[in-house]
Design a protein. Structure first.
Lengths: 282, 196
């Protein structure tokens, strides 16, 4: 039975209000990355299969998502800023709903800055990965020079009036190391509310390297996630191991119309209230 | 999306017109069935029983196809207005005709359950008369219709309005045609994707 858009929108709003599903829709812009992090969920790197979701497709999907009752966007990868159309896409999304893009920011240099400036004062935030106040520790996981380039980008973007958040991925959760990192982000002008700390998830390259915590569906945030190869029920779902895209959280292969994936999302996750004690992993 | 590579230019246009794929893989890459621990949520119910279906394990790659396909199959192969025995005769015959070992083997069991004898199955698979096996006129008409449908569109059209119609009501011809078409579809799918 095909329910109308308005009926589906009501179902989405109810599921969001009950906490069964999140209000945010995620887009995997690309699986390519200029870095090769040890704990990457998606085996991203310069040679990864791109699985690129075109910015034009993301715009269409975002409009459908708003129509269906979702109220926030996330863009992730891979490194989203590898897509030359990304700055304008982020401005487009930010003009419609609160948007966060997960980035290593190493590409947000002086050359890209003019195109990112329109994001100043918008509802788009760049969530920049920084794992430690110790450059050597950060770079051991994320690649040489990534700490210096991330910190420089944070300063540059903050100076341009663009909202910056810090995303920290940790395995051990050493409280003293975390304190030093918090001191660093505060010194960069970033509030604690804009610092996200999450554990390494044992999927993708992290699993290959024996890192992180094993998770099951209940641990994965129930947020609709669109990749070039299908719609998933969590941004932690479409991971890659040994070059193979995971299928255990795959909802449907059909990305457009998004309503198809939304119906599957409601069928799979809509009725289940989230477990308040489950660890949050994204 | 197809990626263009420098080697695309090396394939002559005439070869493309003849249908040679532009990316020729040297090593065959089989479609790997999805195991239950990797199954998409919509496919899990079809993969977690005591006898997970080999068909479901392949369809799981496209989760939105699983429930509709099995619903379609239930409507056709499940209890219906056509007798089970008649349906199994048609399915075993077509599966053997199409060389689908998986469908022939699985329906050998279902056919026996529906009262088809071992020698009758042998006759269906052999495409030749077997001593002492004679099918009822209605069964012969159904088999002849299904065979024509499988082999020749024009003959099938004649058979639908002629031979089959002489023995079956309108709705029964429709049900028989869908049974034969679904079986052809699944024979081809299982053979092409290596369901064994």
């Amino acid at each position: 039975v095909t329910s109308s858009v308005s009926a589906l929108r009501d179902d989405v709003r109810r599921a969001v209000a009950s906490g069964a599903i999140g209000s945010r829709v995620w887009f995997y812009a690309t699986y390519r990355c200029n870095l090769v992090c040890t704990y990457c969920l998606t085996e991203s790197g310069p040679r990864a299969e791109p699985r690129a979701l075109a910015a034009t497709a993301i715009r269409r999907l975002a409009e459908q998502a708003l129509d269906l009752g979702f109220t926030a966007f996330g863009v992730t990868g891979g490194e989203p800023l590898l897509d030359p159309a990304m700055p304008e896409l982020l401005a487009y999304l930010g003009a419609r709903a609160p948007t966060v893009v997960l980035t290593n920011a190493t590409l947000a240099g002086e050359r890209l800055l003019p195109r990112l400036r329109p994001l100043a004062g918008s509802a788009t935030a760049l969530q920049i990965s920084l794992d430690s106040a110790d450059a050597a520790i950060n770079d051991a996981a994320r690649g040489r020079g990534s700490f210096a380039r991330a910190v420089a980008a944070i300063r540059r973007l903050r100076d341009a009036g663009i909202r910056v958040r810090i995303g920290t991925t940790v395995d051990d959760g050493d409280p003293e190391a975390l304190d030093r990192l918090c001191a660093l982000h505060r010194s960069l002008g970033i509030d604690d509310a804009d610092h996200v700390v999450r554990p390494i998830v044992r999927r993708g390259r992290a699993a290959t390297n024996g890192l992180g915590i094993a998770v099951d569906a209940g641990d994965m945030p129930p947020e609709l996630t669109v990749t070039a190869e299908g719609v998933y029920d969590s941004p932690v779902g479409p991971t890659v191991r040994d070059g193979k895209l995971a299928t255990d959280r795959l909802l449907v292969r059909t990305c457009e119309p998004l309503a198809l994936g939304v119906r599957a999302m409601l069928a799979v996750r809509g009725a289940r209230a989230p477990d308040a004690t489950a660890p949050r992993v994204a | 999306m197809a990626r263009r590579t420098a080697s695309d230019a090396a394939i002559p246009f005439a070869m493309i017109r003849r249908g040679i794929p532009r990316t020729v893989k040297r090593m065959p890459v089989p479609i790997v069935p999805i195991e239950v621990q990797d199954a998409p949520p919509l496919a899990v119910p079809y993969l977690s029983g005591p006898t997970p279906s080999a068909l479901a394990a392949l369809l799981a790659h496209v989760p939105e196809l699983v429930a509709p396909t099995f619903g379609f199959m239930d409507a056709i192969y499940g209890p219906s207005s056509l007798p089970d025995r008649l349906k199994e005769l048609v399915v075993v015959r077509l599966s053997a005709l199409n060389g689908c070992t998986y469908c022939t083997r699985t329906h050998d069991v279902f056919a026996r359950e529906a009262g088809v004898s071992a020698s009758e199955i042998a006759a269906l698979i052999a495409e030749a008369p077997v001593d002492g096996v004679t099918f009822a006129p209605r069964e012969r008409a159904a088999l002849a219709f299904a065979e024509r449908l499988a082999r020749d569109d024009a003959a099938a059209r004649l058979a639908a309005s002629g031979t089959a119609r002489a023995y079956f009501r309108e709705d029964e011809v429709v049900a028989l045609a869908m049974l034969a078409c679904a079986t052809l579809c699944l024979n081809r799918f299982c053979t092409a994707l290596g369901v064994v």
